[in-house]
Design a binder for this molecule. Structure first.
Ligand code: ADP
Length: 239
C-alpha cells in the first residue's frame, strides 16, 4: 500500500522535481508510471525507499509514515519492498543461489529458511536448473529473472521495478510481465512499474500514471489510455 498525498520534492540545488503528487497503490494493484527523462520517476522511487526525504506532503509505505519514520524503522520498512533495478545489480562473484542467499541473510533468515525458500523462488522464475551458474554465464533475460527472484525472495508486499525490461527484447519483456502477474495473482503483491514509454502498458491491467515535469498529468485505467489520452505528452507517446 502506497499513498502520496500532495507530495513535493525540491533538491538542495533548488530543482523542483515533484510538484504536488497524489498517488495511491492498493495491495494487489499493478500501477504503471510512465514519463520522459527528468519528469520525476526516480525521485518517486527514492522517496518510497527512504533514500531521500520529501519536502512537503504526506507519504505512507506499507503502513509506515515516511514523514516521521525513525532511522531504526527504515530497514524494517525496506523489507516490505522488493526492488528490481534496471541494471539488475547482481553480484558477479556469487552464483544465482548465493545471490538470493545473500539477500535473505541480510534480513536475518536462517539456513533452514534459505533451503526452503530459494529453490521455490528459482522454480517460480524458471531457473531451478541454473542455481549454480554465475550471472556472467546467463543470458540477459535470465539475469533479469534472477533479479526478479531476488526481489521476491523475502516475500515483499510490494515490488518496485525501475524500467526493468527496457534492455530486453519484446518477447522476453512479455514473459517477464507475465511472470510478475502470476506472482501478483498468487500472493496479492502490488507493483509499481516505471517506464519511459507505453510499450508494456498493454500487458498490465490496472492504473497508468503519466508523469510530466514533476506532476502526474494523467492517471487512468490501462485500457483507457489508448482510447482517450488527455495530455499532449500522452498523445505523443501513442502517436
Ligand atoms: P526521471 O527518473 O523521470 O528521469 P528524476 O526523478 O531523476 O526523473 O529527476 C527529476 C528532476 O530532478 C530532474 O530535473 C533532475 O535533473 C532533478 N534531479 C534528480 N536528482 C537530483 C539531485 N540529486 N539533485 C538535484 N536535482 C536532481
Amino acid at each position: 500500500m502506497i499513498r502520496f498525498i500532495d507530495v513535493y520534492k525540491e533538491y538542495d540545488n533548488g530543482t523542483k522535481a515533484l510538484k504536488g503528487i497524489d498517488l495511491r497503490i492498493d495491495d494487489g494493484e499493478f500501477v504503471f508510471l510512465v514519463g520522459p527523462s527528468g519528469s520525476g520517476k526516480s525521485t518517486i522511487i527514492k522517496l518510497i525507499t527512504g533514500e531521500i526525504a520529501l519536502t512537503q506532503g504526506k507519504l505512507m509505505v506499507n503502513g509506515y509514515s515516511l514523514n516521521n519514520i525513525s532511522p531504526r524503522q527504515v530497514p524494517l520498512m525496506r523489507r516490505t519492498l522488493g526492488i528490481i533495478f534496471q541494471d539488475f545489480r547482481l553480484i558477479d562473484k556469487k552464483t544465482v543461489y548465493e545471490n538470493l542467499a545473500f539477500a535473505m541473510r541480510a534480513i536475518g533468515a536462517s539456513s533452514r529458511d534459505l533451503k526452503r525458500r530459494i529453490p521455490y523462488v528459482l522454480q517460480l522464475v524458471g531457473l531451478d536448473q541454473k542455481a549454480d551458474r554465475y550471472p556472467g554465464q546467463l543470458s540477459g533475460g535470465e539475469q533479469q529473472r534472477v533479479a526478479i527472484a531476488r526481489a521476491l525472495v523475502n516475500n515483499p508486499n510490494m515490488i518496485i521495478a525501475d524500467e526493468p525490461t527496457s534492455a530486453l527484447d519484446v518477447s522476453v519483456q512479455a514473459q517477464v510481465i507475465n511472470l510478475l502477474k502470476d506472482f501478483q495473482e498468487e500472493k496479492g503483491v502490488s507493483y509499481l512499474f516505471i517506464a519511459h514509454d507505453l510499450s508494456m502498458v498493454r500487458y498490465v491491467s490496472d492504473d497508468v500514471g503519466v508523469m510530466y515535469l514533476g506532476q502526474l498529468v494523467e492517471v487512468c485505467e490501462a485500457g483507457e489510455i489508448y482510447k482517450n489520452p488527455l495530455h499532449p505528452y500522452t498523445k505523443g507517446l501513442l502517436g
